[in-house]
Design a protein around this ligand. Structure first.
Ligand code: NAD
Ligand code: MG
Length: 346
C-alpha cells in the first residue's frame, strides 16, 4: 500500500506500507539507530539496503537521550564520514530515533535528505509522517526542532513482531485518536476487526497514515487543523508530567486523555454516553489504560498551562463531536473543566 503526501509548497513523498524492498543508493548513507533495534533488526535492514558508502551510528536507547548532545553525536559521525549535501540519513527506530535523525538531517549543511524506517507502531502511524523533528531540553519536550520532511517513509509491519505488547497498545491509542477525530467508518472498522491480525494491522496503519497525511497537507505548520491530532494529549501531557514520565507510555497517557476529553465532550453535549463508551471499550480491548486518579483537580488544571500549546494562557481542548469529527476550542469555561476533572478524583 502506498499513501502519497503532497504539501502546498510542492514537497511530495510516498509512505509505503509493505515489506522493505531491496534498494541501492548511489550516495553516502548513514543509518541512525540504537542498540535495541540494531540487535533485533539491523541485519534485516542491511540485507535490503545497499549504498555507495554505508555506515551506522548507534545512539543510546531512550527518551532521556533525545537531546542536543545526541544530535552532536550524529553530526560528528556525519563529519567524520565526510557526508556531503547529497548524502542521506536513514532513521531506523521508533519516534525518538525518527525525531532526532530528522532534526540532524535538517541541520547538517543546512539540510540534507532523510528517510524514515519506523519500527514501533506509534512511529509507523504517527511520528514518521509529517516532518516534525526535534529534541527535548530542561524546559520541556520537543521545544527545539524544525519542520523537515523526509523524502520517503518505509513502513514494514514485520518489525512489529518484536515489539512489546504495551508499546503496541501505545500505538493503537494513536490509531484510535485518528479515527475518533476524523474518520467514523474507520472507527467502526476498528470495532469490528482485530489488530492482532497481520493484514488488519497493515490496513489500520494505512488508514492512520492516510488521515495524518491528509491533515498535514492541509496544515503542515499547525496553524489550525493539525492541532486536532492533539486529541487526548492536553490531558495526557498533564498525566505524563504528574507521574514523572515513568508510569505510562506516551500513548497510554493519551488513551486516558481521550477518555477525559470525551467526558468534556459529554459535558458540552458534543458526545453521547454511548459514543464515549464505544471509545473506552475499543481502548480496553487492547488493555490501554482508561482510568486515572486525579489527586488535586486545581493542581491538575494548573498543569495544563505547562503545555506549549496553551498559547496566551488559554487552554486549547480538542473535543470530539460524536465519532469522526472534532472541534478545537479555547472557549471552555474553567468551571466545566473542573467539574469533569472531579469525575476522575474519586
Ligand atoms: P521510542 O522511539 O522510544 O521506542 C520505544 C521503545 O521500543 C524503545 O526502547 C525502542 O528501542 C524500542 N523498539 C523500537 N522498535 C522496536 C521493535 N521493532 N521491537 C522491539 N523494540 C523496539 O518510542 P516511540 O513510541 O516510537 O516514539 C516516541 C517519540 O516519538 C517521542 O519522543 C515523541 O515525542 C515522538 N513523536 C513524534 C511525533 C512527530 O510528529 N514527530 C509524533 C508522535 C510522537
Ligand atoms: Mg502523541
Amino acid at each position: 500500500m502506498i499513501v502519497n503526501i503532497s504539501l502546498p509548497d510542492g514537497t511530495t513523498y510516498d509512505i509505503t506500507i509493505d515489506r522493505l524492498k531491496k534498494e541501492y543508493f548511489d550516495r553516502k548513507v548513514v543509518v541512525v539507530t540504537n542498540p535495541t533495534i540494531s540487535a533485533l533488526h539491523l541485519d534485516y535492514l542491511k540485507d535490503k539496503l545497499s549504498a555507495k558508502e554505508l555506515s551506522v551510528v548507534t545512539i543510546p536507547d531512550g527518551e532521556k537521550y533525545k537531546n542536543m548532545q545526541t544530535i552532536e553525536t550524529i553530526l560528528e559521525h556525519c563529519f567524520e564520514n565526510k557526508l556531503n549535501r547529497n548524502s542521506l540519513l536513514i532513521a531506523f527506530g521508533g519516534g525518538v530515533i525518527g525525531d532526532m535523525t530528522g532534526f540532524a538531517a535538517s541541520l547538517y549543511q543546512r539540510g540534507i535528505d532523510f528517510i524514515q524506517v519506523p519500527t514501533t507502531l506509534l512511529s509507523q502511524v504517527d511520528a514518521s509522517v509529517g516532518g516534525k523533528t526535534g529534541v527535548n531540553n530542561k524546559y520541556g519536550k520537543n521545544l527545539i526542532g524544525a519542520f523537515h520532511q523526509p523524502i520517503a517513509v518505509n513502513i514494514d509491519p514485520y518489525f512489529l513482531t518484536t515489539l512489546p505488547k504495551r508499546e503496541l497498545g501505545a500505538g493503537i491509542a494513536e490509531i484510535v485518536k485518528m479515527a475518533v477525530t476524523f474518520n467514523k467508518d474507520f472507527f467502526q472498522w476498528l470495532e469490528e476487526n482485530d489488530l492482532n491480525d497481520e493484514e488488519n494491522i497493515k490496513t489500520a496503519i494505512a488508514k492512520s497514515v492516510e488521515t495524518k497525511a491528509w491533515v498535514v497537507s492541509q496544515d503542515e505548520k499547525e496553524k489550525g487543523l493539525r492541532a486536532a491530532l492533539n486529541y487526548g494529549h492536553t490531558f495526557g501531557h498533564v498525566i505524563e508530567n504528574e507521574t514523572n514520565y515513568n508510569t505510562y507510555l506516551h500513548g497510554e497517557a493519551v488513551g486516558i486523555g481521550m477518555v477525559m476529553a470525551n467526558e468534556l465532550a459529554k459535558k458540552i453535549a458534543y458526545m453521547s454516553d454511548e459514543e464515549a463508551l464505544r471509545v473506552k471499550k475499543l481502548l480496553e480491548k487492547y488493555d490501554i489504560p482508561t482510568t486515572y486518579k486525579i489527586a488535586d483537580v486545581e493542581d491538575f488544571y494548573e498543569h495544563f498551562f505547562l503545555d506549549k500549546k496553551s498559547l496566551d494562557n488559554r487552554i486549547k481542548f480538542i473535543v470530539p463531536k460524536g465519532i469522526g469529527n472534532c472541534e478545537i476550542t479555547d472557549k471552555i469555561s474553567k468551571e466545566d473543566v473542573i467539574e469533569v476533572l472531579k469525575r476522575f478524583s474519586n
